[in-house]
Design a protein. Sequence first.
Length: 723
Amino acid sequence: MGKIKGTLHKITYQNEDNHYTIARLKIHEIREPVTVVGHLAGVAEGEMLLLSGRWVTHARYGEQFKVETFEVMLPSTLSDIKKYLGSGMIKGIGESMAKKIVDHFSEQSLDIIENEPHRLCEIPGIGKTKMLTISRAWDQHHAVRKVMQFLQANGIAINHASSIINFYGRDALKVIKSMPYQVSKDIPEAGFEVADAIALKTGTDPKDPERIKAAIIYILLQNESSGHVFTDITDMLDRCERLTGADYTTVLSQLVKLIENMEVVQENDLSHLYTRKMHRAEITIANKIKAMLSIPAHNYPVDEKDIEMVVLRHLSLELSEEQSQIVHEILKHRVSVITGGPGTGKTTLIKALCAVFEKLNQKVTLGTPTGRAARRLAEVTGKKAFTLHRLLLYDPDYELFGRNQENPLDADVVIVDEASMVDTLLMYNLILAMPMNGVLILVGDIFQLPSVGAGNVLSDIINSGVVKLFSLTKIFRQAELSPIIVNAHSIRNGQMPSLERKTKGDQLSEFYFIESNDPERVVSTITELCSYRIKNAFSHINEIQVLTPMHKGETGTINLNQKLQQALNSNQSKPLSSKIESMGTTFMVGDKVMHLKNNYQKDVFNGDIGVIDEIIKSENRVVVDYDGRLVDYDILELDELTLAYAITVHKSQGSEYQSVVIALTTMHYPLLQRNLLYTAITRGKELVIIVGSRRAFEIALNNNKTDMRLSGLKDRLIGDSKS
């Protein structure tokens, strides 16, 4: 193995996913820069590198140095330190600031920035905010490289490096070296496999009790990510044996220790295993609902005629007999559920309830699980609506909710729309913050897909029978004219809808089925529809949404997004300066993107869709336009974004789009269910086009077996479970 040392002159190409880099290195002894190739994580132009590897001859590009390992040589002379800091690679430091730092700290400048950044405030012009900016930029620049180098040196995949760095910051390397199994607890998506690979590579005994306990917790967390509130003990023991290679007795002994330490809770004749957090949540939800139901409801002095007058006067609309009866009856209950399909007037009922409760001097608060749903509810009701996280004063820094039993919600009535999307942990925090003498009304469509998070809360509450259920069944006259709504209700009832085009003269229909059994043809048809045929009617990129059941395969989101990006984004052929790569995805100016997790600092939420407005390669920064509001993303935050020309049906929940194009093929067989088909169709407001096979449609329609999620909430509400 040979070694070369030089200054990184120019990065020609770098894949942000695996950090494979093609660059030009200036070596002191050689006039012309040499080409180096390899995985160079966290390097920047202008840095001095010591590279180990070998020379190879490329058939087209000639001599290259193939890098196997590398290290960055920090400068040691005053002039080199000043030049290094003034190069612009560290955010917050320019040439003049670099001179001030070096003049003040001399050769200790780099050590001060790394180990005692608070001392930067000794320099005139550097306050606390500026110091923090410089310190974070330094940590980010150097932590990435150190973590990547450590993972690569130990033969470990680097997919989750950015998550590890974002979570632990400057302590990332220390944590993964000294407490690798902590990573699997703190960052479940990184998983036990990553932590285990690190631990075993650094000498951990395969029989180490901490390893077995980490595997048990990991399996419970994996089950939670699959929607289950608890895990069956037999399943856990079997999976843990296969995962760790440990025998049954060893696994069982470590499980007992976790139970003794109350990290795991065992219930129901010892067969159900809960994480402590999930166990507490399920018990609290059941107990609080039963406690609220035990308090007599308010005796409001109103009758149906009073209700009709209030609604007519405040909303200028008349309620149907069904709606009027529900409003009257709902006043008699502390906790209740309203359910109904599209076109049955759920939103009108919410508006009416707001008017009636306010007339009765009751303070009403509207909440939803997502930002998209909150904005839509606010638009249709004309009243403020909040995400449940914002309503409950969630603090992301401490992962705590400001509203709780000691600081309950300042509301007499809380109405939650899209309640089918509320998972166990979110319901726990909501119910915890409910005033004991308040009123909780859950509104949702139980035929839609369940929550992404663990549990089946709305269905469990309904199926327990302890909470009063109000079902809207009548489709309103104007809705009866919509083939989207008519077909959705047919699907809801398990009936085959009419897939024939229904048009009046030259008038276009709202619902189309384009049959194709060839997945490749399905993709090309969808691309053509979005590029030409429906683009004239729906010109804005956010007005057309492609939905598909899954990520993988020819008709999955990954392939569809690549094809649609090529067809719809004119920046495809533009230079690299208008593009940036992350996690294997190329983002370009003009791309439609979706935010993947709640980010309260940015005020952007899971499922929010925007368009990339600008890419600043020199600063590793991307700017996304969310309906006129510009939001910055650093390169390490791009794992929070994904292309959104096509999204999964699950991700579309709580949203409505002007037009929806749905891919439906037998390739999606594992996910073809009636509630998925129903959810997809009810996302479209003006146009729904299904492209795929009739057979896939029939499979989905006839499969009414919803995911069997392991949850004890229903039994707890009934009172049969131990608690």
